[in-house]
Design a protein around this ligand. Sequence first.
Ligand code: B12
Length: 467
Amino acid sequence: MKITFIMPNIGRQEHSLYVDEGRMEPLSLAVLAGLTPPDIDCVLYDDRMENIPYDEPTDLVAITIEIYKARRAYEIAAEYRRRGVPVIMGGMHATLIPKECMQHADSVFIGDAETGWSRVVRDLREGCLQPLYRAPPGPAQIGGVLPRRDLYKGKGYLPVSLMQYNRGCHFACDFCAISVYFNRSHYQRPIADVLAEIESQQRKFIFFVDDNFLSDHKAAKAFLRALIPMRIRWVSQASIDMTNDLELMGLLHDSGCVGNVIGFESLSIDNLKQMRKGSNFKIRTWDHYETPIKILRDHHLCTWAAFTLGHDHDTVESIAATYDFALRNRFCFAAYNILMPYPGTALYRRLKEEGRLLWDEKWWLHPEYRFNHAAFHPRQMSAEALTEACWQCRYKWNRPRSIFYRLWDTKTHLHSPFHLATYLQYNPIYAKEAYKKQGMLFGLHRNAVTAAGSSSDSQREEVAASS
Ligand code: B12
């Protein structure tokens, strides 16, 4: 028996196939394969850079799906189903709006695989796959299950190992899919399991893909103490209220933390209140993040600053000021994300009630929607102006002169040869990806989602050849 695991791509550039050169390991699929009994053959295809061999015999296709990849996932599913192969979909998007996925798959899986995948495997063996499986979210990799990292071989992923310590976040930001998926709960793996996983693989540079690594400061401190003797370098995602706790900051540094993705989101207190960004209110005094940033730098942490732009109190000028703020602080990376209404979130519901959603309220399915374009009417500018303002930030940020300017910070990027190498290696990769992805169409074929199965991937080669 054989299961084929698939990571879909987002889509294509206007005149050429998009190959993701900054691709990271698809951890969800390696975990699923790790949960699969050893007598079942597992193969992994990553649509971000390889062709999917639809005619290769297989008993089940398991696709992981998040919103940006939904159109492409449905195209892939249609190809397999045309050949009579059953398809199961799971992941963030399948969990948030299973009804949509059910139109494109034989089975939809809601929640985390750890407590439900064995039922799928049993039903597959017995030939009675169910249309819907539900498994509650909880701690990752229960029982010390290891991801099948052997499946990554030869696929050219970035040289950083993805791992999880905890999942979920107790904050309730109105735009965040995570707070819906995990219902504001937060789950940790046993520390010994994570340490064993670190030892089970070769790399010393780890990306903990936790939604908020520091959601629970006390638990995080215990983990950080245990990490110190492992002598690794690592990055993760965490909220800015970490800077309230200097003991925590010291442990971050001592355990090998190079930096974190931090959701600054906005410089406007009115926006932060409206989006209910609780973590950013917990900082002691509101000084436009000056003190927190000083503390981060004093602990030699590089910052990937994430912004969501287009909130009700944003203007074209305030977006430009956000760019100046990021440049002034010489952040290692910055994401100028347009605020996106993800289905299932409070933001989506509010914009829908106010009649402000664009693209038939389903931007992720619309054949004309393009990556990094606004999907709603902002309050204080047009959707086009928001798209353009964010693009200007992205464009300027990724230019060589900006990369060169930001480099000169002895407390962060120049703190050690490792910090410097990370800065110099990843900035050009992300810059290239930012330019390539801007304005990309979702899926490979314009009509494939409405007329499922009408196209084949030979078109994909055509697109590639014409580039
Ligand atoms: C790591 C990560 C990234 C990495 C890339 C990782 C990679 N391998 O390529 C980076 C930092 C590059 C990234 C980028 C982006 N990301 Co991201 N990312 C994540 C993050 C934090 C963790 C994903 C992960 O690996 N988790 C660990 C695995 C083991 O868990 P899992 O994926 O949840 O899978 C479990 C279950 O969902 C289930 N499951 C999953 N798939 C399947 C399939 C089947 C068949 C079954 C049965 C079960 C199942 O079982 C698994 C094991 O329990 C998630 C948040 C999250 N918690 O999902 C956001 C998330 C997926 N990203 C998100 C977004 C928006 C983005 C960006 C678009 C941001 C931006 N504006 O640029 C970009 C671009 C993404 C792209 N498509 O190119 C959103 C998606 C929203 C949505 N509604 O779908 C999320 C949910 C974050 C959020 N807070 O909203 N991301």
